[in-house]
Design a protein around this ligand. Sequence first.
Ligand SMILES: Cc1cc2nc3c(=O)[nH]c(=O)nc-3n(C[C@H](O)[C@H](O)[C@H](O)COP(=O)(O)O)c2cc1C
Length: 170
Amino acid sequence: MKNTIQPTLKERVMRDDDFIVSKTDLKGRITYANEIFIEFSGYSQYELLNTQHNIIRHPDMPRAVFHLLWKTLESGREFNGYVKNMSKDGSFYWVFANVTPSYDENKAVIGYYSVRRKPSAQAVSVVDPIYKEMLAAEKKAGAKNAIDVATQLLLDKLQGVDYEQFALSI
Ligand SMILES: Cc1cc2nc3c(=O)[nH]c(=O)nc-3n(C[C@H](O)[C@H](O)[C@H](O)COP(=O)(O)O)c2cc1C
């Protein structure tokens, strides 16, 4: 269904005190969504639950960013970064996301948890052109090399600063 949505230029902007919260299982299927998530995504709770989190994936997002997100989580660390999401009506909204693994009492990972805040306009103005360049590089490289090429481009842009440090500094 999500592939049939036409992205539009309409932006939804988070309010200063908004938190968009979701939880997923180990495979990235949504197990919890708060009211603000429902509001911004435009989907009902029923549509969101048990659905892959990529239901709100925006086609402008480089694959390499999600690769980094999953690699970070799988190594047991938290991910902090900027994501452009797409609502059910095709509009978009930028978030600053913190994503963490959730553990059971035996310290086994049982799922993931994400809280998003409103990103500063300044941060979005820095990240947006970088993501655009990454996306263009991915398209040029083709599916097989897309992630490697865009990851390298990001590394070059950040000149030795890791993405999380960069994300928290802008
Ligand atoms: C807790 C959690 C939250 C996530 N939040 C988002 C999100 O807000 N937007 C998004 O596009 N992907 C999010 N993802 C990543 C998706 O699972 C998925 O990897 C991404 O949308 C790329 O889709 P694809 O893997 O089908 O290319 C999240 C993953 C986890 C584990």
